[in-house]
Design a protein around this ligand. Sequence first.
Ligand code: SF4
Length: 356
Amino acid sequence: MTEAPPNRHDLFLALFPSEPTFRLDQIEKAYFTESMTGWDSVTTLSKDMREVLEKEIPWMSCTPVTTLSSAAGDTHKVVLSGIDEEMFESVLMINRRDQWTICVSSQIGCAMGCTFCATGMMGLKRSLSSDEIADQYRFWKQFLSERPELPQRISNVVFMGMGEPLVNVENVKKAIHTWLDHTDLGPTKVTVSTVGVLPVLEGILTDPDWPPVRIAISLHSPEEESRRKIVPTTAPNFHKRLAKWTHDYQEIHGNRRHHVTFEYTLISGVNDNEDEAKLLVKFVKTTSAVKVNVIPLNLVEGKDYTASSREGIEKFKAVLLNAGIDVTERKTMGRDIAAACGQLALTIKSGGKVVG
Ligand code: SF4
């Protein structure tokens, strides 16, 4: 099965086809109201309707199986189970404003097969429904409310968990719209990170329903052949088409806050030498992307890759900086609970602590 399960919205309409549409808004609002903890608490609905909903539609689309916290306490990971008992992961990380960023999954496993990534090794089991994506936010809100000693605000969401979000674009869009409508997240606080599924990226350009979120493209190499060794699904003429897309995107959606970022995982001896850095400068200058975010490789069992040395990372960044390119480096968090970028594969082993 690769299709996502039906979402609550469709189940509700099947049960109550003649209900007015405002009823659905009422229900969506209730999901994101902290004082509402189950159908019974939604007293704006009739008792009869609540009884039917209690039996037919789960209040949460996914339930926690295990929750782990890193030794530093700055990262938490949950394994969630969907109604079909398929499991996926979601991560909560502290950010530099002492607020939280959620790293959400969009699929169970992934078909993209990036060669440094644990999720890619699982293959694709199925996509997540829009509810399963949106409810990762609800789960973490509940987690934080049960721990009043922690900061409470979730300020950012990044699609950097399991799966390729643009392969599940309709459910990703629905989940984003749900957050934008019912939480205090603004569109520039949501980042969709993609390996670069060009037909979908191109579709976004003319999609009136595409929310004005940030987009991060996982580039990993400035050249097609070498990129294909890291991202096997790299399409022909990838870099040329991507460069054109960045200009089109910038023209339609772009301003200082809605920019496109390139993500670049540094793998020792594979894509981290000075020549690659110079080629990357050359490529970035053909695009309208304004930033490169380098990511130190997180090790994955069963993969031969090793991480670049600190010296290698600094040298690589220096080439970009000297060429006037804005470079940031992603802080690595949650390695001890296999919650760091590229490590999500339902691994329960932990150097941190099991908290649920
Ligand atoms: S890096 Fe992302 S797109 Fe690539 S296999 Fe892993 S989850 Fe999929």
